[in-house]
Design a protein around this ligand. Structure first.
Ligand SMILES: [Zn+2]
Ligand SMILES: [Zn+2]
Length: 126
């Protein structure tokens, strides 16, 4: 019974991600899910999905964690190499599709890297 519910909630979470073209915060995700899904369940699922390489996350200027579906990254290759963008006017966030190449310091084990571009998005400029 518990397992069935868990699977259903996971399906719902993945559906919300697929339907959104933008990265989502846990708060936005919770708002899009039925009320029966509680906050700690969502956080647990997000952690698990990130561990499994299904989604990746990054912090915005406000230190809010956003999550987005991974395209082609796996749990084996953990360092996400695309940058993110946050519009300082409308606060919208997005993934940049282009890979960025960063120098990795030697003698260090890098597990994550985060590059956040900020500025104004196309719709705020026009
Ligand atoms: Zn904007
Ligand atoms: Zn991304």
């Amino acid at each position: 019974m518990g397992v069935v519910r868990k699977t259903k909630h996971l399906e719902q979470v993945l559906r919300v991600f697929r339907q959104s073209s933008d990265p989502l915060s846990a708060r936005m995700l919770l708002d899009a899910l039925p009320n029966e899904v509680n906050k700690s369940t969502v956080y647990r699922m997000l952690d698990k999905l990130e561990d499994d390489g299904v989604i990746h996350s990054f912090m915005t200027l406000e230190h809010i964690r956003f999550y987005a579906l991974c395209k082609g990254c796996s749990s084996g290759q953990r360092v996400d190499s695309h940058a993110h963008f946050q519009c300082t006017s409308c606060k919208r966030v997005s993934c940049f599709s282009d890979e960025i190449v960063l120098p990795i310091p030697e003698k260090a084990r890098i597990t994550s890297v985060q590059v956040l571009f900020t500025g104004q998005c196309q719709s705020c400029l026009s």
